[in-house]
Each structure stands twice: as structure tokens, then as C-alpha cells.
Design a protein around this ligand. Structure first.
Ligand code: GDP
Length: 444
């Protein structure tokens, strides 16, 4: 089951409960059963599901609730907290230090998304002011170095690799030594994968680890591997003792619950999630915002209906969406419309991603956040506004210019563009009207 489907099912169970004629213990148990089924179908480990059910039951203590209690609120909070607990290992991930050389080594099976994610992460740190570089120690897969090189050139990140040296340990050591001498702050080492967990892979990982002494080892897990994620992460943990997980392809049709279960199995935090093939499709992971987004998603249709009911001027955007497009200008128009629609907290929850961004903010804070987003758009050129946003990736200095012009930060510009891209991806899938939209919602 796709993660967003999972969110929708859980939301549905909560809504059914609150709509039940009498909110009694039977209805509460029914909701728990539905949530448990949804989690199991998304490949979340069955023991975790059973625990979650027990935790919610004991937290809520339904039979002891006083008649005046806001049962709906209490139950919603218990469900939210229990879901957060599944993805929260209560371990602080490693934070790189400025002015020092921080070595980050990637491990994972072939095809998991290591090479792609290495560059995404390098760019992420680079945009935050770290001197960042890449080392390709994947000498096993033909073309791996070339792939990393192409990505690195596109993102303007220094890289190291060899076309002649076949020993990955030598390449890793040489690359890390070189970049350490040059005082790089984030040195990301990509390593080989194999199609399966096999001894040769594990032996190589250990050798590279002892040669480069990483400050952090990151395991890259493909969200679509489902139940297998747990055994795989345990096997890697035993050998490479990674300290963080990045889950890739959360945008795909994935049984993402399996990968999430890996967190509990290995007591290791997820630090980022990959949300697409693009360089900017990497989101920092936070358990609370992940769950709120998971639960907050899936009301795009509600949003469209609400917008239509307000009779706001949507012509151009709607036309674009039916053509599968969603430009930065469309994003700006939508932001402005949202400001007219209020109450903001409700509206933000309807837009994928926006509720996560606005979490913990009251309506006034949210309103000022939206205004800043509009200022960002207003500092763009006409061409940039009407673009699909790719020009900012190709020329990151544009983001710096826009941030300066709007009195905001590069991070905020990036956030806005990520948001616009998400909407753009949805628009692509929405070609073909409401039926297409419903399908798109199930796929995002
Ligand atoms: P590696 O063998 O582990 O280095 O894997 P690659 O980095 O070559 O990635 C394998 C494939 O997965 C490539 O086609 C990537 O574009 C794709 N990929 C990686 N991360 C993501 C993601 O977050 N979403 C999607 N949709 N595709 C991804």
C-alpha cells in the first residue's frame, strides 16, 4: 500500500469513528481494528501493529473516560502519538560539525538509490553552507562512477573516483584523504551494492569502513521492498552498524510500511526520505511532521471542492492542471487564494506538504509564512514565475538572488520550490479531470 493511502485509511477510520451515532467502546475497537489492518497491509511489522493497538487502548482507557471528555480529541492524539512512536527510535542522529571533515559513508543494496541519494545529500549540505564533496567507491557496478560524476557536475559538487583502480578500498581511502587535506567539511562516500546481501558485499563494506573511519554510516533502503526491509536492515546493522537510514522512492507505489518497520528493528533514526528522482527530491525526516503529513494528506479533492465553492478565480491554474502543468506562478496564485480562504489551519491540512511545514504555527504565524512565500514569488522574474522551477536547480544562484530580494532565506525559497514541484507532480498525474485526480491522490 502506498504510504499516502495508509494515511487516508487511518484518517478514514478516525472520521468514521467521530461520525458514528454513538462514540462507544465498540466503535473505538472497530477503529483500532481498521487502523491495524491498514498498517498490516502497508507491510508494517505485525508485532509493531499489535503493540500500537495495545498502546492506544491503554492510553485512551475508554471505559474510564468521563462523559464530558472530548473523546474524539483524546483518541486522535493517542493515534498520532502511537504512530510517531513507530518511526521514532529516540536516538539523536549525527549532526556534522562545521570547520571539521565529516565523513559520511553510504551502504545498501544495488538499485536502492545510493548514488542518487549521495548527490542529493551533498547538495542539501552544500545549500546550507558546508564545503561538500563526493567519493565514488563503487567499482563493482559498471557506470557507477560515470553516474556519480554526471550528478556531481550538474550539482557543481567536487568529486573523486577512478576509471582504472578496481579496489574500492583504495579509491575510498585516497578520495577521503585528498578531500580531508583540502579541508572539505562533508565528504560523502558512495559504495557498491549487490543484488542481494552477500558475503563479498559485507566484507567490502567493513574494509571501506575501517579505511575511511566514517563519522556516520547511512543505510539506503528502497521503500518498495516491503517486509524484506526488516531482515535486510538487521543484516546490514550487524555488519556495518549504520547510524542512520534514508528511505528512498517514497513517491512510488510502495509498501513503505516495511521500511518504516526497519527503524524499530534496528533502533536507528530515519534522517531523510527520497521523494523523487530529481536532485531536490530529498526531505529531512522528522517523526512528528511525517505522521502529520501522512494523516493530513489526501484531501486535495476537498480542497478543490472548497475552492470551487468559493468561486475564486482559478481558470488559469485549472487549465494548467488539466494539461498536466503547475508553474511557480500557479503556486503563487494558490497561496494567495489560500490566504483568502481561512481558517488557515484547516486549509493547510488539505494541501500535501503544507500542513507539515506549518505544524506548530497558529493562524497568524501561518499567515505570515504564506506572505513570505508570496514575497519570494514576487522577487522572481516573469520567466522564472512561469517556469516549472527547474531553472533554480540548474542555477542555484537564482535562489540566493530571490532570497535576498524577498528578505527571506535560501531554505525558504527551496521549501517553496519543493512544494511547487510536489503540486507539479500531482498535476502531471491529474491530467484527465476529476477521475484522474482521484487516481493521482491514490498514487502520490
Ligand atoms: P544505487 O544502485 O543504489 O546507487 O541506485 P541508484 O542511485 O542508481 O538509483 C536506482 C534508481 O532509483 C535510479 O533510477 C534513480 O533515479 C531511482 N531513485 C533513487 N531515489 C529515488 C526516489 O526517491 N524516488 C524515485 N522515484 N526514484 C529514485
Amino acid at each position: 500500500m502506498v504510504l499516502q493511502d495508509l494515511g487516508r485509511r487511518i484518517n478514514g477510520a478516525l472520521t468514521d469513528l467521530t461520525r458514528a451515532p454513538t462514540l462507544d467502546e465498540k466503535a473505538f475497537d472497530g477503529m483500532l481494528r481498521e487502523i491495524a489492518n491498514a498498517l498490516a497491509e502497508a507491510d508494517v511489522n505485525i508485532k509493531l501493529v499489535a503493540n500500537l493497538r495495545k498502546t492506544i487502548k491503554t492510553t485512551v482507557k475508554f471505559s474510564e473516560l468521563p462523559p464530558s471528555a472530548n473523546k474524539k480529541r483524546i483518541i486522535q492524539k493517542a493515534v498520532f502519538d502511537a504512530l510517531v512512536d513507530i518511526v521514532n527510535p529516540h536516538q539523536k542522529p549525527f549532526e556534522p560539525r562545521k570547520g571539521k571533515s565529516n565523513v559520511i559513508m553510504f551502504v545498501g543494496l544495488q538499485g536502492a538509490g545510493k548514488t542518487t541519494t549521495c548527490t542529493k545529500l551533498a547538495r542539501w549540505y552544500q545549500a546550507r553552507g558546508f564545503r561538500t564533496c563526493l567519493v565514488c567507491a563503487d567499482t563493482f557496478r559498471a557506470g557507477a562512477f560515470d553516474q556519480l560524476k554526471q550528478n556531481a557536475i550538474k550539482a557543481k559538487i567536487p568529486y573523486y573516483g577512478s576509471l582504472t583502480q578496481t579496489d574500492p578500498v583504495v579509491v575510498a581511502r585516497d578520495g577521503v584523504e585528498k578531500f580531508k587535506k583540502e579541508k572539505f567539511e562533508i565528504i560523502i562516500v558512495d559504495t557498491s551494492g549487490r543484488h542481494q546481501q552477500e558475503n563479498a558485499l559485507f566484507a567490502e563494506m567493513v574494509e571501506i569502513q575501517s579505511a575511511v573511519q566514517p563519522h556516520q554510516t547511512v543505510m539506503v533502503l528502497d521503500a518498495s521492498i516491503g517486509q524484506a526491509a526488516e531482515a535486510q536492515s538487521r543484516a546490514f546493522k550487524e555488519t556495518a552498524d549504520f547510524g542512520a537510514i534514508i528511505i528512498t522512492k517514497t513517491d512510488g507505489a510502495a509498501a513503505g510500511g516495511g521500511a518504516i518497520s526497519a527503524v524499530a528493528a534496528t533502533h536507528t533514526p530515519i534522517v531523510f526520505i527520497g521523494t523523487g528522482e530529481h536532485l531536490l527530491d530529498l526531505e529531512k525526516f522528522n517523526p512528528e511532521s511525517f505522521v502529520s503529513k501522512l494523516l493530513g494528506m489526501g484531501d486535495m479533492q476537498g480542497l478543490v471542492e472548497h475552492v470551487q465553492s468559493l468561486k475564486l478565480d482559478q481558470k488559469d491554474t485549472m487549465k494548467n492542471i488539466t494539461e498536466g502543468k503547475f508553474s511557480v506562478r500557479d503556486m503563487r496564485d494558490q497561496l494567495q487564494n489560500i490566504m483568502k480562504m481561512g481558517p488557515l489551519s484547516k486549509m493547510a491540512g488539505m494541501i500535501p506538504g503544507l500542513s507539515g511545514m506549518m505544524q506548530g504555527m497558529d493562524d497568524a504565524d501561518g499567515q505570515s509564512k504564506l506572505k513570505r512565500m508570496i514575497y519570494i514569488c514576487d522577487s522572481m522574474t516573469v520567466k522564472e514565475l512561469d517556469s516549472d522551477g527547474k531553472c533554480f536547480v540548474e542555477q542555484p544562484t537564482r535562489m540566493v538572488r530571490v532570497a535576498r530580494g524577498s528578505g527571506t532565506s535560501v531554505r525558504e525559497v527551496e521549501e517553496l520550490l519543493t512544494q511547487q514541484r510536489m503540486m507539479g507532480n500531482m498535476a502531471k498525474k491529474m491530467k484527465g479531470g476529476l477521475a484522474g485526480m482521484q487516481k493521482a491522490q491514490q498514487q502520490v
